[in-house]
Design a protein around this ligand. Structure first.
Ligand code: THU
Length: 163
């Protein structure tokens, strides 16, 4: 995968045991909330845990719907909850993990484009990069210290739209 080759942008660890304790905790929070996913259609569960600057941890899981586009990814469930309930507090870190019900997911997943766009605006709004920790159901862990631009270098941005 191309992204794996961008070694200067993503640190790779063989397992969570190599992470600092706070990263392990955030990943565990993501793993826990992942089981609350409502994903009967994709059978693909995703968990996302955010650490806010005030220390609060916000969790989200993917929520699907029979009318497929009506569902929402775990990341946007979490960041929109954060925006609604802690509108003045930046997100400093995020952990994402996933589990497929029908096969073993060994590699980390990265966020979809729509989530990256939303996360990227959260960074801009608070002038705070969101350090990102990714793991599949098991296997290696990727850490992107530089935040969302690691995955989305050119987000949609038009200054004039911001009145
Ligand atoms: N999904 C997420 O929750 N986050 C991602 O970053 C990618 C995909 C969800 C959406 C859908 O419920 C399922 O995973 C399969 O695409």
């Amino acid at each position: 995968m191309e992204i794996v080759k961008r070694e200067s942008l993503i640190q790779q660890y063989a397992s969570p045991s190599e992470l600092v304790r706070t990263d392990q905790e955030l990943l565990e929070a993501a793993r826990g909330v992942m089981e609350s996913a409502y994903a009967p259609y994709s059978r693909f569960l995703v968990g996302c845990a955010l650490r806010l600057q005030n220390g609060v941890i916000i969790k989200g899981s993917n929520q699907e719907n029979m009318a497929f586009p009506s569902g929402l990814c775990a990341e946007r469930v979490a960041i929109f909850y954060a925006g609604a309930n802690y509108p003045d507090v930046p997100i400093i870190e995020m952990a994402i993990t996933a589990r497929a019900m029908d096969y073993e997911l060994k590699d980390p997943i990265t966020c979809c484009g729509a989530c990256l766009q939303s996360l990227s605006e959260y960074e801009l709004r608070f002038k705070q990069t969101i350090r990102t920790i990714l793991q599949g159901h098991n296997g290696p862990v990727w850490v992107a210290e530089a935040g969302i631009k690691t995955f989305l270098p050119f987000q949609f941005y038009v200054q004039e739209l911001k009145k």
